[in-house]
Design a protein around this ligand. Structure first.
Ligand code: FAD
Length: 467
């Protein structure tokens, strides 16, 4: 099967691998996409449990802009991948919130709303905030040429004086895309600030499956070949040149060019290099609970809540299994227009994400691990209830929890590092002439970021010089 020489082999069918594969196939390349699992999506996949369909990661598709908006990441991406915007069936967030003790900043998909919130709660800071906003607009955030790390925290401190406002602005950006402890790179800050505050959140109707179906259809229509349950066991390198990959089955696949979406360290290990992780590697725990009841009775109107239970954010691996001091809560049913209050119970979902400690979970024997999962699920839910207030629902239909070990097992990311290595390889070069990185460790994160990473790496290394 699939004998011969491929133009390109892409390792990993997460968002970035799919983005790269489509772009290369669209340019007429003979592309083979290799995925270790039986389904695609990686960190943003989906699964069925107890007859309920779950998204693995999707809280929000960032970078929301209305159809027809020119020159923004979402619409550029649709153009590059030849996917009609309407086919995404995006439903906008209703309202999200950054919640600290005694104070909240609400935001929607209109940036002016956030400005008004800052004017109301931090009147002395508003002029300085607007100067920060103007400075962010000038950051060259798509530049691929390597630049040293520049602390976003230090940059923001040059504009804002109120430490609480600084922490509040940073919290969602850290949670949605920082591989650094308590900070992130200034260019990454600018990308996320625009993606979250200036553009906003939406969700495809039907969740991540809608997006994945569109991506797969496009890839196959352009002649791309996907092989699932085809994990790459090793990469055969002769000095700087990669010749082939060997699958877990022992089969070898040959190509002229290779893209890897599985991470820097993970790729080097397949090339037979002994590498140590660039520390720290941040990971998360995510709980999902499906309830039966009436969401309106709970009084939970927010789509996403970024909460922090003190005035200072500790975005770092916690000492305990997971960190209850901060997190993200998502209620996917709060996307789209509010429905007429229903008299009938319906199902709705509560998802919470916390920072977690990989090593703490890793050392547990299996029974203790099972018990800790159970305890953590309850503790995380109690934490969400105390943040959301209202009348928490009681009728649990189903529940699930991903630990850092689940993330490592299902995605191959060492230590379950969702945002990969703190060091990024912005031009995708990792020491080989025909093997390039895309995805998490290239540096663009999240669903839209990973897709853009695949597209831009394909354009940069695969299609440069093509008519
Ligand atoms: C719990 C959680 C919630 C999230 N929520 C959001 C959100 O709401 N919004 C958002 O924008 N982003 C979110 N993210 C982040 C987002 O999912 C990622 O940034 C993005 O999907 C990364 O895509 P990727 O292609 O770079 O990597 P991955 O998704 O990790 O894809 C890599 C693929 O490679 C495969 N693979 C690994 N090793 C091999 C091998 N040896 N051979 C073959 N295949 C291999 C893996 O199975 C995987 O399919 C979330 C992540 C998590 C974990």
């Amino acid at each position: 099967m699939n004998e011969g020489l491929w133009d390109v082999i892409v390792i990993g069918a997460g968002m970035s691998g799919l983005g790269a594969g489509i772009r290369l196939a669209l340019a007429g390349k003979k592309v083979l996409l290799l995925e270790q699992h039986h389904s695609v999506g990686g960190l943003n996949g989906f699964y069925t449990k107890n007859k309920i369909l779950y998204d693995v990661g999707l809280h929000a598709l960032t970078n929301f802009v209305p159809a027809g908006t020119v020159g923004k990441p979402l619409t550029k991406l649709c153009r590059q991948l030849r996917i009609p915007y309407e086919a995404l069936q995006l439903q906008e967030q209703r309202q999200s919130r950054i919640q600290f003790p005694g104070i909240s900043l609400c935001f929607r998909n209109q940036f002016e709303g956030l400005v008004e919130e800052i004017r109301k709660h931090f009147p002395k800071e508003i002029d300085r905030f607007l100067k920060l906003h103007a400075a962010i607009a000038t950051v060259a955030d798509t530049d691929l040429i390597g630049m040293p790390f520049c602390s976003a925290r230090e940059q923001v401190q040059q504009f804002l004086r109120d430490p609480l406002l600084i922490e509040m602005i940073l919290l969602p950006l850290l949670y949605y895309g920082s591989a650094q402890v308590n900070d992130l790179d200034w260019r990454q800050f600018a990308i996320l600030y625009k993606a979250i505050y200036q553009e906003g959140f939406a969700r495809p109707k039907g969740g991540v499956r809608t997006l994945l179906r569109l991506l797969l259809e496009r890839f196959r229509t352009e002649g791309g070949v996907l092989r699932t349950q085809a994990g790459v066991r090793s990469i055969d390198c002769r000095d700087r040149q990669v010749v082939s990959v060997e699958l877990a089955s022992g089969e070898k696949c040959y190509a002229k060019q290779f893209f890897s979406s599985i991470g820097w360290m993970e790729t080097q290990m397949l090339c037979g290099k002994k590498v140590l992780p660039i520390l720290p590697r941040l990971t998360f725990m995510e709980t999902i609970t499906t309830y039966e009841g009436r969401l309106q009775d709970c009084g939970w109107n927010d789509t996403i809540v970024f909460f922090n239970r003190s005035d200072r954010v500790f975005y770092q691996p916690p000492e305990s299994f997971f960190d209850e001091r901060s997190g993200v809560i998502c209620i996917p049913e709060n996307y789209g227009m509010p429905k007429e209050p229903s008299s009938q119970p319906v199902r709705f979902t509560l998802r919470t994400t916390h920072l977690a400690n990989f090593s703490a979970w890793k050392v547990l024997p299996s029974e203790a691990y099972r018990q800790q999962r159970h305890k953590s699920l309850f503790a995380s839910r109690a934490c969400a209830f105390s943040v959301l207030q209202g009348n928490p629902p009681e009728c649990v239909v189903d529940e699930d929890l991903f630990t850092p070990l689940t993330i490592e097992r299902f995605t191959g990311h060492v230590q379950g590092a969702v945002y990969g290595s703190p060091q990024k390889f912005r031009d995708g070069r990792i020491g080989y002439d025909n093997l390039f990185l895309c995805g998490t460790d290239q540096g663009f994160l999240g669903i839209i970021g990973a897709l853009l990473s695949g597209v831009s790496m394909a354009n940069y290394h695969g299609l440069r010089g093509m008519p």
